[in-house]
Design a protein around this ligand. Structure first.
Ligand code: PLV
Length: 326
């Protein structure tokens, strides 16, 4: 099933129906299991696409990442037989550094948050002649991520359409990919519920301000949502009438609770960035939106993008519990 021969690096991931989540929400919940991707998250879709177009003649790639874009870039580079330099901020959990090295990448730890690491990646691209791989702000990434929705449409068949799509937002690349995918399959009337954690909420802050803003700091533990500024295209989608995007925040505690519930009920461990999206179900946020009339009471199937992530293991989960429940 590994698709490099077919011209791409990602897998067609399972679409699972979750009985327990469906009971909670009161409509069928479908999980798009992007945690099953070879690099551990959806990122390989877009980054695979981008590297294929921009890095075939390259002497190597450089990517700044909270972790998962780096994992995808390292994986794709290894498959392409070229070196990868991944710049990570010191705030990413140490297990990420190890996993990136296992993927064959050279890892550099620079700055406190992703934006600092990115400045270094851009510098290295310039001085070392490496191809810069952006983690969320590029049309080729969005095209790659959009394949998620065409796969869902193929899995559900022509008679089923989601009532809403739930997705988490960091720099907004995933959101742009989902938006692109909904347009590709003609589902522009399907609302997107876009989740961030408090303290990693650059998309929500931009919507509130009516313009793109840069956060002072990232204070959430969902470090892979920790871009200080959302990409312009994501903000543009939020302002146009082409699609409906509902931006919501959850706390780190709610994201962590969602991770634990998901582990118990679905037997799958995901990181905080993904917990933010899952919290839409476990925290009752979908019901809240229905009560407010922002989602219909008779909601069609809820599609939850299980974006995955490598920044988690049992030790990290325990640490998060100590930190967030102190
Ligand atoms: N993570 C990026 C940006 O970090 C990275 O470097 O890995 N879910 C997971 C598991 C993610 O890793 C990310 C992004 C997102 C969701 C959000 O995707 P985005 O950034 O395209 O909105 C700072």
């Amino acid at each position: 099933m590994l698709s490099t021969m077919a011209g791409h690096f990602h897998l067609n991931t399972p679409l699972l129906e979750s009985v327990s989540m469906s009971q909670r929400v009161g409509t069928t919940v479908y999980l798009k299991m992007e945690n099953c991707q070879p690099s551990g998250s959806f990122k390989v879709r877009g980054i695979g696409r981008l590297c294929q177009q921009l890095a075939t003649q390259s002497g190597g790639v450089v990517c700044a990442s909270g972790g998962n874009a780096g994992m995808a870039a390292a994986y794709v580079a290894r498959k392409m037989g070229i070196p990868a330099v991944i710049v990570v901020p010191s705030s990413s959990p140490p297990l990420v550094f190890q996993r990136l090295q296992n993927q064959g990448a050279t890892v550099k730890i620079v700055g406190k948050v992703w934006d600092d690491a990115n400045a270094e990646a851009l510098r290295l691209a310039d001085t070392e002649g490496l191809t810069y791989v952006p983690p969320f702000d590029h049309p080729l990434l969005w095209q790659g991520h959009a394949t998620m929705i065409s796969e869902v449409a193929a899995s559900l068949g022509p008679s089923v359409k989601p009532g809403a799509v739930v997705v988490s937002v960091g720099g907004g690349g995933l959101l742009c990919g989902i938006a692109q995918g909904l347009k590709d399959v003609g589902w522009t009337d399907v609302p997107i519920v876009a989740l961030e954690t408090v303290g990693a909420d650059c998309f929500n802050a931009a919507i509130k301000a009516g313009t793109i803003v840069t956060l002072d700091d990232i204070t959430s533990e969902a470090k892979c949502l920790g871009a200080k500024t959302v990409c312009p295209k994501a903000f543009e989608y939020s302002q146009c009438n082409e699609l409906t995007i509902i931006s919501k925040l959850v706390t780190d505690q709610q994201a962590l609770h969602a991770i634990e519930m998901f582990l118990d009920e679905e037997r799958v461990l995901v990181e905080m960035a993904c917990g933010a999206a899952l919290a839409a179900v476990y925290s009752g946020l979908i019901h809240g939106l229905q009560d407010e009339g922002r989602l219909p009471t008779q909601l069609g199937p809820l599609l939850v993008i299980v974006c995955g992530g490598s920044s988690i293991n049992m030790k990290q989960l325990t640490e998060l519990k100590h930190k967030l429940r102190a």
